[in-house]
Design a protein around this ligand. Sequence first.
Ligand SMILES: [Zn+2]
Length: 317
Amino acid sequence: MVIDCHVHVSARLPSHGLMSDKLVKSLPFRFMGWRLGLKPNSPTFDTELEAVMAKAIANTEKLDAAVILAFDAVHTHDGQLDSVNTHLYAKNDYVIELCQRHKNMLFGASIHPYRKDAVAELERCAKAGAALVKWLPIVQGFNPADPKCEPFYEALAALKIPLLSHTGGEQSLPNLDKSVADPDLLLPALKRGVTVIMAHCGTRSTSRETDYLPNFVKLVKEYEHCYGDTAALNLPTRSYAFPVILNDPVVRAKIVHGSDWPILPVPPATQIGFVKSLKLWTDMNWIRRDVKIKEALGFDDDYWQRAGKILRIPSPM
Ligand SMILES: [Zn+2]
């Protein structure tokens, strides 16, 4: 069972979610829209994106399925919806609907831990088949080490639902609080027995940001139920992580596959060679290109099977 545990969806219809004007006009989103042939102001944006995403997954022969990530709105510390600071919102119900329509899509729920109904929403998502819960603290505006998160961690541990939480920097979405990028802030979740997948292994997305990769390596060695994903590691600013995670057998055994689609995968020429790299540039399916780069880097079969095992996806689905 080969799973991509990290694929994003966005939506414009109010019943599906929202994208702010600031986000739609930002350079990364204009580039992704142009490359995928999507017009964010089109009334059919959501169905067009769904079709592009479904095709990219289906045409990646290596993959059996991908986890499609909902993205919760920003909430204040007292649990109120903060619409002013919310630039991306993809509702759980919309992703549930997508997964009902596409057999190879799995539900990645997203629940802001400060929400008053956070635990109830988690229980509802669990019943709807959530494979994991996705967080992006620096964008969604919360601190994973805040005691407010503890009831949520207890519920995650009881329901045995893994937490996929962004670690390290991020440039594609407006940041609300850059100080909550440190993998160490997820210690309360690890201590309560939650399976945590640290997205991006704590890597930095620009040279100006703090590098949390060493903190990630430390945690992954200390906690059996701590993992990292390879999402967006094909960005030139993050690919320095590949030799670190591939050359240490203990770390290597804790890495799961994720693409971070629709983020651009750039073949790391210095690591896989210029000829192979040029060939991979010609693959316009970014989910498949990401897979091929990781195959070229030498990720083994255990790596490809690991996400399905951790997320407890029955094989065959
Ligand atoms: Zn992501």
